[in-house]
Design a protein around this ligand. Structure first.
Ligand code: ADP
Ligand code: MG
Length: 348
């Protein structure tokens, strides 16, 4: 075991894969989660179960590690700030504060002259008539959404009215983009102008949940270059440390938009575990713990399928894998509809 200990907040599949990657490079991991059944406890060295505002447990956690990172963005800012006073939290809590709020995130991106969907804050009932320009649109909660949770496709003002929105929460309405394709870029930034960037990944969503990813993405050279450039600009501007993902839309006129930024490792990057010499997870750990940057090299083209809900079950029993296939079972206790249970990567 090396001397370095890494704390990871959150105990889902991303935490599991981070912990597994850390083990490979002999870094000790301590996971802090508010879920007693968190699957990542199967992969880490130590597990702390507590709510994210438990000060004593936060201190205990910080004392055990040298660096702290997180696997999901919806951690209370106060928690990150408290931890950051004890041990460096990377990426910085201020990055997370921007990105966990869809309006702040889009304002930030537009200020860099990078295109996003058109959007407007939805604040109270009386605003609805003014929103017609943004229809059809996707209504989203400004915070705490993932895998399409908290989203509604809205075609008319009537539909908005009938939703009976709870305005103790914030909402954003985004004009619907006529999608030709979705892609993402995974980038790991180590320091100023010092990063590794993976090639664009093509993604297909079903019911707003990622279903398939593949490399290479079938896109023009222009989109290939522009998506990478924008991801680099965003990472540099945030002075980001670690792995992050930028999700993009491509519309039917070949316009590129940033959909959202994930300040963490990302589902579309799972294929990097098998398709590259260094995965998004290992790269994240290397950047956060101040280790050397290893130049990335693609080993193979690849495609990944998410196994959602009961789709995992036949893989646990009868399905035999080919030599070029890699199954990841997240070992979640309960099989639930719409829940990501595992994924299968095939090298092609
Ligand atoms: P989440 O945080 O849940 O990932 P996203 O904003 O990325 O939310 O939306 C999930 C998916 O829903 C997108 O990848 C896309 O397929 C679809 N979607 C969301 N917003 C729009 C939009 N404005 N136009 C077209 N499709 C959208
Ligand atoms: Mg998304």
């Amino acid at each position: 075991m090396s001397e370095i200990g890494l704390g990871i907040i959150g105990g889902g599949q991303l935490g599991s894969m981070l912990a597994a990657a850390a083990k490979k490079i002999k870094i000790k991991t301590v996971i802090f989660s508010d879920d007693n059944d968190a699957p990542a406890q199967n992969f880490c060295d130590e597990f702390i179960y507590a709510t994210y505002n438990n000060k004593e447990k936060i201190i205990e956690f910080a004392n055990k590690v040298d660096f702290i990172t997180f696997e999901f963005e919806n951690i209370p800012y106060e928690t990150l700030k408290q931890m950051n006073e004890l041990k460096p939290v990377l990426p910085k809590p201020s990055v997370n504060r921007i990105i966990q709020h869809r309006l702040a995130e889009k304002d930030f991106i537009n200020n860099l002259n990078i295109r996003t969907t058109r959007y407007v804050a939805v604040e109270k009932q009386s605003d609805f008539e003014l929103l017609i320009d943004f229809l059809p649109g996707m209504l989203k909660t400004t915070t705490l959404g993932y895998d399409g949770k908290g989203q509604h496709l809205i075609k008319s003002v009537d539909e908005l009215n009938s939703l009976n929105l709870d305005f103790s929460r914030g909402y954003i309405l985004e004009k619907l983009v006529k999608l030709k394709k979705e892609i993402s870029i995974i980038i790991t930034r180590f320091s100023k102008n010092n990063y590794e960037i993976y090639e664009p990944i093509e993604n297909i969503h079903e019911d707003q949940i990622l279903k398939y990813s593949k490399i290479p993405a079938e896109i023009s050279n222009k989109i290939f270059n522009q998506s990478k450039e924008w991801a680099i600009t965003i990472a540099e501007e945030l002075k980001y440390i670690g792995t992050m993902c930028v999700e993009f839309f491509i519309d039917r006129n070949e316009n590129l938009y940033v959909n959202e930024v994930a300040p963490r490792v990302h589902n579309s990057g799972h294929l990097t575990i098998n398709a590259y010499n260094v995965s998004q997870f290992e790269n994240h750990i290397r950047a956060v713990c101040g280790l050397d940057k290893i130049p990335i090299k693609k080993l193979s083209n690849a495609k990944m399928i998410n196994l959602i809900g009961s789709q995992i079950l036949p893989y646990r029993k009868e399905i035999k894998l080919d030599k070029n296939q890699f199954l990841f079972d997240y070992l979640k206790k309960e099989v639930k509809q719409k829940r990501k249970m595992g994924h299968l990567t095939t090298l092609v």
